[in-house]
Design a protein around this ligand. Structure first.
Ligand SMILES: [Zn+2]
Length: 454
């Protein structure tokens, strides 16, 4: 039995236009057999199924290459690393992966994990136990004392349940990579810088050039891609020279970085949504507001936009990813915002943004040659929308306008389900954000503080 889909408009991901009166045909395994004009489509046999999406816009399922399934909509780093058992985080991650499907994301890369959460979610979905997106899983970030995820003082270190694995030598890094590959990860995540700066303000790379090359060489030898967190110029340059497959952020990339990326083929995922949401959503009373995070994020964002536009103009593949999994980027809520920001802040056309989130992203994904485009031989992972995102890219964030999501041909329907977020995340032990001195208490009570001299 085959399935015929009548599409009002069809965007295949292979070109910038959407064609009208198109037909998509896929087989029982969900593999596409035909894409093209309704008039030229193969004959439909009596037992074949027909999906009438003649009033809808059909496009490939969206892909987010930067969604952290292990984070649980965290409000703090401690929240990510400490307070809930790995087993609970895996169940929670599966629930949230489904939220992303409901938002039109049929494939995710989960780059940076604790334990084996993301690969377990991937396997459970792949085995048919649950509905969910295709997941490309990394293990814990490989990091050093200068890298992201080594948050805590040296006398505490990175706990076993953290999203980072602290290594002290190249040999340890290689051992960690080999262990993760044996466990079944799809890619290796390296924290190539973090928050430490030199006196001149420059972000310090967490590994040197040689160490970076050794990790990338070993990952590639084992057949795995490498994705890195690199905000600063130095880390971006080391990543680019080493042939890292995908670089996150790279706010401070320069011409030397661009030249190296072009030479080795590194792609870029600038990740606009998380900082944009920090800038726009953070309330003044929140710790992030008190610490001046929104203003700092704004400065980094503006620097980044100027540099990312240069990278794009130079021909570097630009991928969409959101850093979903924080309190400012809850699962399935803002994943599609990245496309709108690609249009508004990086000058993409809506068609180019759609292609970034589909066929360009697929180039990084495991099994990417089978997803990302609607063409014969690939999986029928597609969405049916009641509007054209070519006319309004922002509407992709409105889940009520997504009329159907199909993965390998199968319709996936995730019912809306309420839950108590306080039992899911935010188990931090902090209780107060104020300091209750006598003066402050008097102020709160509307009294003038009594002075000792009186
Ligand atoms: Zn991230």
């Amino acid at each position: 039995m085959k399935t015929f889909v009548h599409c009002g408009r069809l965007f295949t991901g292979g070109e910038d236009e959407a064609e009208t009166k198109q037909t998509l045909v896929f087989d029982e395994a969900g593999i596409i057999e035909y894409v093209g004009a309704e008039a030229a489509a193969p004959q439909r046999a009596r037992h074949d199924r027909l999906l009438d999406y003649a009033a809808l816009f059909v496009m490939p399922g969206l892909i987010d290459v930067h969604t952290h399934l292990a984070y649980g909509n965290a409000k703090s780093e401690e929240d990510i690393d400490l307070y809930s058992p790995l087993e609970f985080r895996a169940l929670r991650g599966l629930f949230f992966a489904q939220k992303c499907v409901a938002a039109g994301f049929t494939a995710l890369c989960s780059p940076g994990d604790a334990g084996r959460i993301s690969l377990s979610i991937r396997n459970a979905i792949r085995a048919g136990l649950f509905d969910g997106p295709r997941v490309m899983a990394a293990g814990p970030y490989v990091t050093t004392h200068q890298g992201l995820t080594d948050w805590y003082p040296t006398w505490i270190g990175a706990p076993e349940t953290s999203i980072g694995k602290l290594v002290t030598t190249t040999a340890e890094a290689i051992e960690e990579i080999r262990r993760q590959v044996k466990d079944g990860v799809d890619c290796i995540k390296v924290a190539l810088d973090g928050i430490q700066r030199r006196d001149n303000g420059e972000l310090v790379a967490a590994f040197n050039q040689e160490e970076t090359e050794a990790m990338v060489r070993e990952s590639h030898r084992l057949g795995k891609k490498v994705v890195v967190h690199a905000r600063g110029r130095e880390a971006t340059l080391y990543a680019a020279r080493s042939g890292v497959d995908l670089i996150f952020h790279a706010n401070h990339l320069d011409d030397e970085c661009i030249a190296a990326m072009l030479e080795t083929g590194s792609a870029l995922c600038p990740t606009l949504t998380q900082p944009k949401n920090v800038i726009e959503f953070t309330q003044p009373h929140e710790p992030a507001g008190q610490k001046g995070r929104p203003a700092a994020a704004r400065r980094e964002y503006d620097i980044g936009c100027a540099n990312w536009k240069k990278a794009r103009a130079a021909g570097i593949p630009m991928m969409t990813g959101t850093d979903t999994g924080f309190a400012v980027t809850p699962y399935g809520e803002w994943n599609a915002r990245e496309l709108e920001l690609f249009v508004d802040d990086l000058g993409f056309t809506p068609a180019a943004a759609l292609r970034a989130a589909t066929e360009v992203n697929a180039r990084f994904m495991t099994g990417g040659d089978q997803i990302g485009r609607l063409e014969p031989g690939r999986f029928a992972d597609f969405l049916a929308l009641d509007f054209s995102p070519l006319d309004n890219i922002g509407w992709l964030q409105d889940k009520s306008r997504i009329r159907a999501v199909h993965i390998a041909g199968k319709p996936v329907s995730i019912p809306e389900r309420g839950y108590d977020p306080r039992q899911v995340t935010d188990f931090a032990l902090s209780n107060w954000t104020e300091l209750y001195t006598r003066a402050r208490v008097a102020e709160l009570r509307g009294e003038a503080p009594r002075l000792a001299a009186e």
